[in-house]
Design a protein. Structure first.
Length: 456
C-alpha cells in the first residue's frame, strides 16, 4: 500500500472514531506518514492520535510534525513524559521544540533530562533559530590527525552514533578543524598505517555558527555536500548540518517567500482563528488601500480634463501592464538573490538589462495598444472633437514609459531592500503592485498634459 493511501485511511479512521483500528494502522506506518495524518486532522484530536503512537515512534513523529502543532501535542503531557521523548530525539530537533515553550517550562524539562543530552540541547538553544548554530546537530565524528587509518577505523567501530555519517572531520592537537576524510577513503586505503594527516582533504567548506541558514543551504547545494561542518568563532567544531535539515530550510524559506508575495506571513499556518489571520494580512491590505486613495485622487484630477475623457478607458490597461512588468522584474531579482547568482557589484548592469527589457516590451505593447486606441477613437468619433492620432500617441507612449519604469523600479526595489537587510521578497508582493499603480497613473497623467499642450 502506498504511503499516501496509508495516511488517507488513517485520517478516515480518525473521523469515524475507530481508535482501535487506528492504533493498529499507526503501528504499521512510517513516522513521516503519521505526521502527515496529524497535520490533516482537527486540532482537538491531535493529542489523542499522538498518544496512540508507539513510544519508540513518538520522538520520530514529533520531529516530522510542523512546528506549530508541537505545542498542541505536548501541552497535555507532563514534563517527565516530554523530557523522555526529547532525550530520544536529535539535539537540534529537541532544541527547536523547547524554544517554543515558555522559558520556565523549558528549564524544568531540561532539568529532567540526562545531563549529556540536556547539555547538548542547551548549547544549541543559545543560537538564533535561523542560523547555522540553530539548525546544526552536535552529533558528529571528529578524529585527531595523528591517528593511523587502522586506529581511526577501530575508534569509529566503537562509536554509538544514531545518525549515519559518510565523512569524518579531522582536528589538530588544539581541536581546530583541519579537514575532512571520506570513510571510503580510509576503507580502501591499502596501507592502514598511513596517518590521517596524510589523507585529509584540507580544502574544505564550512559554516560558522552565526551564518544564516539560507546561506548554509546555498553552500550545500552549490558544493553537493551531504553534511556541512559548523565552526565556532575560534575555528573549533561545534556541530554539523545534515542534508535533511537543509531540505527543511529550503522548504521553510520558500514557504516564507510565498506568503510574503501574497502580503501575509508563514506564521498564519499556526492560526485557526480568522481574527489572527486577518491581523497578519491586514497591514499590507491597508498599504494597498492607501495607494488606492492616492490613485483615486489622481484619477479625479485626470477626469477634470473633459476634452480627453476618452483616455480614461485605457487607465486600467496602463496600470495593469505596469504592475505586471514590475512584478516580473522584482520576482526575477528576488530569485537571483535567493540562489546567489546576482552580482550586486554590477548594479548598473543589472538595472540596464531590466530597463532595456521593459523598454522592448513597452515598444511592442505600446504599438499594439496605440493602434487599438486609434480605432476605438474613430469608432467613437462622433463623441469627440480632436485628432485620433492624439489618443493613439498618448496611450502608446504612456504604456511604453510605464512599462520601462516598472521594469527598472521592480528590479531596483528588492536590491535596495536586500542592501538594507530587509527581506527582498516583500518587494514582489503588494508593495510593488500598489506603488506601480501610482507611478503608472502619474506617467499617464503627465504625458496627457504634455500632449495636450502640443496639440492645442
Amino acid at each position: 500500500m502506498t504511503e499516501a493511501k496509508n495516511a488517507d485511511l488513517a485520517v478516515d479512521l480518525v473521523r469515524e472514531g475507530q481508535w482501535k483500528e487506528l492504533e493498529q494502522r499507526l503501528a504499521q506506518m512510517h513516522p513521516a506518514d503519521i505526521a502527515e495524518t496529524i497535520a490533516r486532522i482537527d486540532r482537538d484530536r491531535i493529542s489523542n492520535v499522538f498518544n496512540l503512537v508507539g513510544l519508540d515512534k513518538q520522538p520520530q513523529v514529533l520531529a516530522e510534525i510542523e512546528e506549530h502543532l508541537n505545542l498542541d501535542i505536548l501541552e497535555n503531557l507532563d514534563n517527565s513524559k516530554i523530557s523522555g521523548i526529547l532525550e530520544s530525539m536529535h539535539p537540534d530537533d529537541a532544541a527547536d521544540i523547547l524554544l517554543d515553550f515558555p522559558e520556565k517550562k523549558s528549564r524544568q524539562i531540561l532539568s529532567l533530562m540526562e545531563k549529556e543530552e540536556s547539555d547538548d540541547v542547551r548549547e544549541l538553544m543559545q543560537y538564533g533559530e535561523e542560523t547555522a548554530g540553530g539548525i546544526m546537530t552536535t552529533d558528529f565524528v571528529s578524529l585527531p590527525e595523528h591517528l593511523t587509518v587502522e586506529e581511526a577505523l577501530n575508534r569509529i567501530a566503537q562509536l554509538d552514533e544514531d545518525e549515519p555519517f559518510y565523512y569524518t572531520f579531522v582536528v589538530d592537537n588544539q581541536d581546530l578543524m583541519v579537514g575532512t576524510i571520506a570513510l571510503w577513503q580510509m576503507i580502501k586505503a591499502r596501507n592502514k598505517d598511513l596517518r590521517l594527516a596524510d589523507l585529509v582533504e584540507r580544502d574544505f567548506i564550512a559554516a560558522t555558527v552565526n551564518m544564516d541558514q539560507e546561506e548554509c543551504a546555498h553552500l550545500m547545494s552549490k558544493y553537493d555536500l551531504s553534511s556541512l561542518p559548523v565552526l565556532d568563532d575560534d575555528g573549533r567544531l561545534a556541530g554539523r548540518i545534515m542534508v535533511d535539515d537543509v531540505i527543511d530550510v529550503i522548504e521553510d524559506e520558500a514557504s516564507e517567500d510565498i506568503f510574503r508575495l501574497a502580503g501575509s506571513d508563514d506564521e498564519e499556518l499556526a492560526f485557526s482563528s480568522p481574527y489572527k489571520a486577518a491581523k497578519l494580512r491586514l497591514p499590507w491590505l491597508l498599504v494597498t488601500l492607501a495607494t488606492g486613495v492616492v490613485t483615486s485622487i489622481l484619477m479625479s484630477k485626470f477626469l477634470r480634463l473633459g476634452e480627453v475623457v476618452a483616455l480614461s478607458a485605457f487607465v486600467p490597461i496602463v496600470m495593469a501592464m505596469g504592475g505586471n512588468t514590475g512584478i516580473q522584474s522584482s520576482t526575477l531579482i528576488v530569485r537571483r538573490l535567493a540562489i546567489g547568482t546576482l552580482d550586486i557589484s554590477d548594479l548598473f548592469g543589472v538595472l540596464r538589462k531590466e530597463i532595456f527589457t521593459g523598454a522592448l516590451m513597452g515598444i511592442l505593447c505600446g504599438a499594439v495598444i496605440g493602434l487599438w486606441a486609434h480605432f476605438v477613437f474613430i469608432w467613437g468619433a462622433d463623441s469627440t472633437s480632436f485628432n485620433p492620432v492624439f489618443l493613439a500617441l498618448v496611450v502608446a507612449v504612456s504604456l511604453f514609459m510605464a512599462m520601462s519604469f516598472a521594469a527598472l523600479y521592480g528590479a531596483f526595489t528588492p536590491m535596495l531592500l536586500n542592501r538594507l537587510n530587509v527581506d527582498p521578497a516583500i518587494a514582489s508582493g503588494p508593495f510593488v503592485t500598489a506603488s506601480n499603480d501610482i507611478f503608472a497613473l502619474l506617467i499617464y497623467y503627465a504625458i496627457t498634459l504634455r500632449f495636450l499642450a502640443i496639440f492645442s
